[in-house]
Write a protein that binds this ligand. Structure first.
Ligand code: CA
Length: 357
């Protein structure tokens, strides 16, 4: 199979199932002008025969500035009904004279017809950075290479970068522990038609007609989570079905328990006090932090200690001192200036991972 004269037909190729993509980035289109704008050819195999399904060009190839070399089709990648085409020498837009920043076009095939593409730009691009020099696509993401990119200040050139467009859905609430019911919205930004999920721990699955199987549910409205739940979710779009992602939610309505201060024992008379120790427990989420206040009951003042364990004297305002450990906790008090014959009171509290106190 041969391409048009001087078109660089075959500069890039890609295949998925019966569809073959060929880039011809130097092709001249006489209808638009005398300069190379590039083209992409799509062939579909029927039995042993390859038939041309479409010839695609950049929808903004006739920019007012007459960009002479766009290299549309320099890179191509296809999966399912989603085609990504790089044009690494494309100008930013007709009104900004910063040429050769590169652009990427995403085409979706609907019922055999290729729709008008969406153009992706690297908004921080500078001339000659070659956004779209390379492209790759899977069910999960579009990846775009910009091999001549410089660092953010623009002083170190040619370090390169990549851009990733995720095709995954995103839950509105992150995995974690929460003290009450939560409502989770699932959204996806681009190239996703339908989201499916399960809340029983099984893998979401759909049949060949896109109908949910077994305990799989088509997402239509936010999901109310009232108990510990494993949420698994996928999205389906022109690229196919994404890999299953999982989020875990713990609903913890139970306050943590500060079992006791184990050392020193309440009422002790001590020669020195180098540490205060105790135990705590929590249902569901688990203990996150134990804190104590140490009060001198003789002077009514409070020990002031920072998170690094440095003692800053006695003050009139209580300071919560963070303990080390969780279910078995300990505060190093060897730096605190206790006064002989004074008495001291310890107040302790604990918070769990769902923020219950
Ligand atoms: Ca709890």
């Amino acid at each position: 199979m041969l391409g048009p004269h001087n078109s660089a037909f075959g500069q890039s190729v890609a295949i998925d199932k019966n569809t073959i993509i060929v880039g011809a980035p130097l092709e001249v289109d006489k209808k638009i002008g005398d300069y190379p704008i590039g083209a992409v050819y799509i062939f579909v195999r029927f039995g042993d025969v390859l038939q041309q399904q479409a010839r695609l060009i950049s929808p903004d190839a006739n920019d007012a500035n007459g960009e002479e070399l766009e290299s549309f089709g320099h890179s191509v990648s296809i999966i399912g009904e989603l085609l990504v085409v790089g044009a690494p020498k494309k100008g930013f837009n007709p009104t900004i004279l910063d040429m050769e920043v590169g652009a990427v076009y995403v085409f979706v095939r609907d019922d055999g017809f290729w729709q008008k593409p969406v153009r992706l730009n690297a908004i921080d691009s500078r001339k000659g950075t070659l956004f779209g020099e390379t492209v790759a696509v899977s069910e999960d993401a579009i990846v775009i290479g910009k091999p001549n990119d410089s660092d953010q200040s623009g002083t170190i050139e040619g370090i390169g970068s990549i851009y990733i467009v995720s095709l995954f859905p995103t839950p509105s609430v992150l995995s974690g522990s929460y003290p009450s019911d939560i409502s989770i919205a699932l959204t996806c930004e681009s190239y996703c038609n339908t989201i499916y999920y399960t809340i029983d721990g099984s893998e979401p699955a759909i049949d060949s007609d896109g109908l949910p199987l077994d305990s799989t549910i088509e997402y239509k409205e936010p999901i109310l989570i009232t108990d510990n739940t494993t949420l698994k979710y996928i999205s389906v779009g022109p690229a196919g079905t994404t890999t299953v992602k999982t989020a875990n939610y713990v609903i913890d309505r139970v306050n943590p328990v500060l079992e006791e201060v184990t050392s020193p024992i309440n009422g002790s008379t001590l020669g020195e006090l180098s540490s205060i120790e105790g135990i705590a427990s929590d249902d569901e989420a688990g203990v996150e932090q134990v804190e104590i206040i140490i009060q001198d009951t003789t002077t009514q003042q409070f020990a002031n200690m920072d998170d690094e364990g440095v003692f800053h004297g006695w003050t009139d305002t209580p300071t919560w001192i963070k303990a080390n450990g969780t279910t078995a906790w300990q505060v190093d008090t060897s730096n605190i200036a206790f006064v002989t014959n004074n008495t001291y009171t310890v107040i302790a509290r604990t918070v769990d991972l769902a923020s219950n106190i």
